[in-house]
Ligand binder design. Structure first.
Ligand code: NAD
Ligand code: MG
Length: 340
């Protein structure tokens, strides 16, 4: 019986991540130079560096669960993995200054942890009721010896979006990574169930807030800076119950491409991440029906939802200087279904 099977249970994937050395990590012990013949290569089945992506994390069926919007990662069953115990940095964002919206949970938290471990100072925005999740992120960033700035507030307000950027710039001493990641998703079986107020809420959060934040941030962004948006496979293959949300993700994909053309000559790169089904509070606070939640991610070729931790390195790659030829691109991570 393998060590993983012995641990067992729903936390299996998380435990396996915590104990598995990271491929190519600088912390992985390297063999000293030797004149002896190299050891026989390990069979893939027993290599500690290889993990089967189909069994790495929990798969459906999941327990039905619901939380009041916007939900807390801490109350999810199972708890999502944001890379708390697994992400290892190697100085890829040394000295950089990042603002991440929705940085308390989900993809935003995974990016915040990874950015700090790569050497960046990080400001996170979140909705005020998400303070418990945000506190955990702030502590994790500080544990890396990086600056961690918490700026709660409602992104549906233009005045707040401007204040958010100004506070981040002043606390970080500048800004060169802007991640527009916050999002509002509510499932509605029919267009007739979507009130004007709900429609407006989705548009304000997903389309207006990035517009206001980018406008406020632009005067501070020097050549080499980056803007990253979180779009979705929904931009390309919309679900029938996500009429309003899916079109905002198409808009996000589209602004990434127009803005990349506009800002390319100024040396500012604009890119996006398109996740598939990822296990985050957005899904358990109205984003998915209970029926969909119980089978969540099961339809993908990998047979399970993704965890935020599995996307962290994409945000790092798009922010890092080494990715300097990528602009106007959308990088996907959707378990084999969906585009791009
Ligand atoms: P999440 O719930 O962890 O993150 C969404 C965050 O948005 C919240 O934590 C909250 O801080 C923020 N937010 C929403 N409305 C806000 C408001 N009015 N003011 C301030 N903050 C607000 O879920 P997530 O899935 O990590 O979402 C992050 C992004 O990923 C979103 O843009 C979402 O559309 C996108 N996405 C998610 C999935 C998925 O399956 N989970 C798939 C594709 C794309
Ligand atoms: Mg949250």
């Amino acid at each position: 019986m393998t060590r993983r099977k012995l641990i067992g249970g729903i936390g299996t994937g998380l435990a396996a991540v915590a104990i598995s050395p990271v491929l190519g990590s600088p912390a992985t012990p390297q063999p000293a130079a030797t004149t002896q013949a190299p050891a026989a290569p390990q069979s893939p089945a027993t290599s500690p560096n290889l993990q089967d992506p189909t069994t790495k994390y929990p798969k459906p069926p999941f327990n039905g669960q619901t939380q009041p919007w916007p939900g807390l990662a801490a109350k999810m069953d199972p708890r999502p993995d944001h890379g708390e115990t697994s992400y290892r940095g190697s100085g890829r964002l040394s000295g950089r200054k990042a603002l991440i919206t929705g940085g308390d949970s989900g993809m935003g938290r995974a990016a915040a942890i990874a950015f700090a471990r790569e050497g960046a100072d990080v400001a996170i925005n979140y909705y005020p009721t998400e303070e418990p999740d945000a506190r955990e992120v702030i502590e994790l960033i500080r544990a890396e010896g990086r600056k961690a700035i918490a700026i709660p507030g409602d992104l549906r307000e233009e005045a707040f979006c401007r204040k958010l950027v100004e506070e981040a710039v002043s606390a970080l001493g500048g800004l060169d990574i802007v991640v527009n990641n916050a999002g509002r998703q509510q499932s509605h079986a029919s267009i007739l169930d979507i009130s004007t107020e709900q429609f407006d809420w989705t548009m304000k959060t997903n389309i207006y807030a990035p517009f206001w934040i980018i406008k406020a941030a632009l005067p501070h962004l020097q050549p080499g800076s980056v803007i990253i948006g979180t779009t979705s496979e929904q931009a390309y293959d919309p679900s029938p119950d996500l009429y309003d949300y899916a079109q905002t993700k198409a808009a996000t994909m589209n602004y990434i491409k127009s803005l990349a053309k506009q800002l390319g000559p100024k040396g500012i790169r604009v890119n996006g991440v398109a996740p598939g089904p990822i296990w985050t509070p957005l899904q358990v606070s109205g984003g998915a029906t209970q029926e969909k939640l119980k089978k969540f991610g099961g339809q993908t070729p990998l047979g399970r939802p993704g965890q935020p931790a599995e996307l962290a390195s994409i945000y790092v790659q798009l922010a890092a200087e080494s990715g300097s030829y990528a602009t106007g691109q959308v990088y996907g991570s959707s378990g084999g279904a969906g585009q791009p």
